[in-house]
Design a protein around this ligand. Structure first.
Ligand code: SIN
Length: 319
């Protein structure tokens, strides 16, 4: 069967933001414009074979992303992917936590079709908003026959969920895939691919969450926090978190995941008491390379925020 529907799910963000003045790219309120209006503003591409369906899943500034929205979003994506005539899905999202949502969706859904997160660095009311072009580029990726998996599209660049990271506070091209490099580029509606689409086999979802419809109540999702190693780091933060019932800790270590000795002692104590601890790096590029004698496991190349998602899902699976 020919797949011909593109579903566009809105979750808010700057792409749906408004400011009082067209010249104001900073003093805006995110998540104001509905997804139907954003879609209505897009030019119809001549000869386009796809029908677009839009749905508002949430309307938030993505700094406030939470498990409740993730659960609903995963369920809506799952719902649409069960329809054989859906070619792909576009999700409009704030830039600030886009990489976490992308990783969450990739892990729990492992989609066989493209699920494309897109965003904007300027509000919809800007003199030259970047959102409409990003949406068109995302639709081009979602329509691409060979595409699959969760990806992000911003400023004409296609990033995998595993590699994408927001690296700039202001520039329109705010994302990077670091060492891996982008999957490809969108150029006037055509894709120029630099590498393969994400492989399903690499990042397997924990088995207990394979049934998306039965994702547990967000209030019961495991509590995993991130701590950072730095000059003068101490034990107090970790001890307080353990006393408060944290179930998992991701530490953003220095360099190759090294830890201040005082912080390390507290983390080892936490680990010994049953808290799951994972070591990532605060470096933007590279990954923690394991070495003989490591007691705290490394994050398998995941950044601290994605390692947190992975650990949360692993704990959910183990529960
Ligand atoms: C947000 O993340 O929702 C606001 C910032 C942005 O989209 O750039």
């Amino acid at each position: 069967m020919t797949r011909k529907k593109i579903v566009i799910l809105g979750t808010g963000g700057t792409i749906a933001g408004t400011a009082a003045h067209a010249s104001d790219n900073l003093g805006y309120t995110a998540a104001q414009v509905g997804i139907d209006q954003l879609v209505a503003g897009l030019p119809t591409v001549a000869g386009q074979a796809c029908e677009w369906i839009s749905e508002q899943v949430a309307q938030i500034d993505s700094k406030d992303m939470d498990f409740g929205v993730w659960r609903v979003l995963a369920q809506r994506v799952d719902h649409w992917l069960t329809q054989p005539d859906v070619q792909g899905i576009v999700i409009t999202h704030g830039t600030d936590t886009l990489e976490e949502t992308a990783w969450f969706l990739q892990t729990v859904l492992e989609p066989d079709r493209p699920v494309v997160l897109t965003c904007a660095m300027r509000p919809a009311t800007a003199l030259a908003p970047d959102g409409p072009q990003n949406m068109l580029d995302a639709v081009a990726v979602a329509s691409h026959g060979g595409a699959h998996g969760v990806v992000a599209v911003c400023a004409g660049v296609i990033h995998s969920a595993r590699d994408v990271q927001k690296v700039h506070t202001y520039r329109l091209d705010a994302f990077s895939s670091a060492d891996a490099g982008p999957i490809g580029y969108v150029e006037e509606g055509s894709l120029r691919l630099m590498r393969d689409w994400p492989r399903d086999s690499v990042d397997k979802a924990p088995s207990a969450i394979k049934n998306i419809a039965d994702l547990p109540d967000p209030a019961s999702w495991p509590r995993v926090e991130i701590v950072m190693s730095h000059a003068g780091a101490g034990a107090g933060g970790v001890r307080a978190l353990v006393a408060d019932g944290v179930q998992g800790l991701v530490v953003a270590g220095t360099g190759n995941g090294t830890l201040h000795h005082a912080l390390e002692a507290a983390l080892l104590q936490a680990q010994a008491s049953g808290v799951r601890v994972v070591r990532a790096t605060r470096c933007l590029e590279g990954r923690v390379l394991p070495k003989h004698g490591d007691v705290i496991p490394h994050s398998q190349g995941l950044s601290p925020v994605k390692a947190r998602v992975a650990l949360m899902l692993a704990l959910m699976d183990a529960a």
